[in-house]
Design a protein around this ligand. Structure first.
Ligand SMILES: [Fe+2]
Ligand SMILES: [Fe+2]
Length: 265
């Protein structure tokens, strides 16, 4: 099975014709399935872009959402509208609702959005301000300590889901692929060929998820977990454990690409 992996495609930066051209490029790789690791669009156009992609490709699209997908909206409302809006389209699968997806006889797929959860780096002294903190309802107008509480909560939510779902996946499969938006480890948080610094790390990586992945894989040395993520728009590969590899994908606004065509065994 071949999967086309795309991350941070930000379709809201493209015209309708630009989207159609990009969908044709994806189709030219003739993938069996598509993996989409978030920052697909922005809240008001997200569902239209997902349905447009589905109509153009006629292949299963397994996706998680990134922070930009909630811009000009709320996390709770966007997730609910995606659940509702994708219900009738069997090709669109929002992974946090999907549990374990069978890909091949030996490989299963799981996923969660994840979030820059403020744990890595130095949140208390970071001068970084993201558009997240003015464009996403739940994160707007908060004091630094209230914002930190929300970021911790979002990271915990992803970690709780994966702590429950990954063992179910490994009960059935020796190999598991995890899609998430935010890099789960410091060493998977690439920026211009290096790991992000302590000012950016609080917002660019999800420690709560990283801890679950490390725990899960240390307990299963004969199993393999491969993670695909994005968010930093810079590419790199991190071998965190012998059985845990993280691919972080590059991206450029207005120039979406197919990050890789993955051969799923
Ligand atoms: Fe992005
Ligand atoms: Fe992002």
């Amino acid at each position: 099975m071949q999967a086309a992996w795309l991350t941070d495609i930000h379709l809201d930066f493209l015209s309708r014709q630009g989207c159609d051209t990009f969908f044709t490029t994806i189709a030219s790789h003739n993938p069996d399935v598509v993996f989409l690791t978030g920052d697909i669009s922005v809240a008001p156009s997200l569902l239209a872009h997902l349905h447009g992609m589905s109509e153009a490709l006629h292949k299963p699209i397994y996706f998680v959402l990134g922070n930009h997908d909630f811009y000009h909206g709320s996390i709770g409302e966007v997730r609910a509208s995606v659940r509702e809006g994708c219900h009738a389209n069997l090709l669109l699968k929002y992974l946090p609702d999907a549990g374990v997806i069978p890909l091949t006889a030996s490989t299963g797929l799981v996923g969660h959005d994840g979030w820059g959860d403020s744990r890595y780096g130095n949140y208390a002294t970071s001068p970084v301000k993201l558009n997240d903190h003015v464009l996403i309802k739940e994160l707007t107008g908060l004091t630094p300590s209230k914002l930190e509480q929300q970021l911790l909560r979002l990271g915990d939510e992803a970690a709780t889901y994966l702590r429950k779902t990954l063992p179910l996946a490994f009960d059935r499969y020796r190999q598991v692929i995890l899609l998430t938006h935010v890099p789960p480890f410091r060493e998977s948080c690439w920026y211009q060929g290096q790991v992000s610094n302590n000012e950016w790390l609080p917002f660019f990586a999800c420690q709560a998820v990283g801890e679950v992945l490390r725990e899960t894989m240390e307990a299963r040395p004969h199993c393999q977990l491969t993670v695909y993520c994005g968010h930093t728009h810079n590419s790199g590969t991190a071998h965190v454990l012998p059985n845990l590899t993280i691919f972080t994908g590059a991206a450029e606004y207005g120039v979406p690409q197919v990050n890789a065509v993955i051969e799923v065994e």
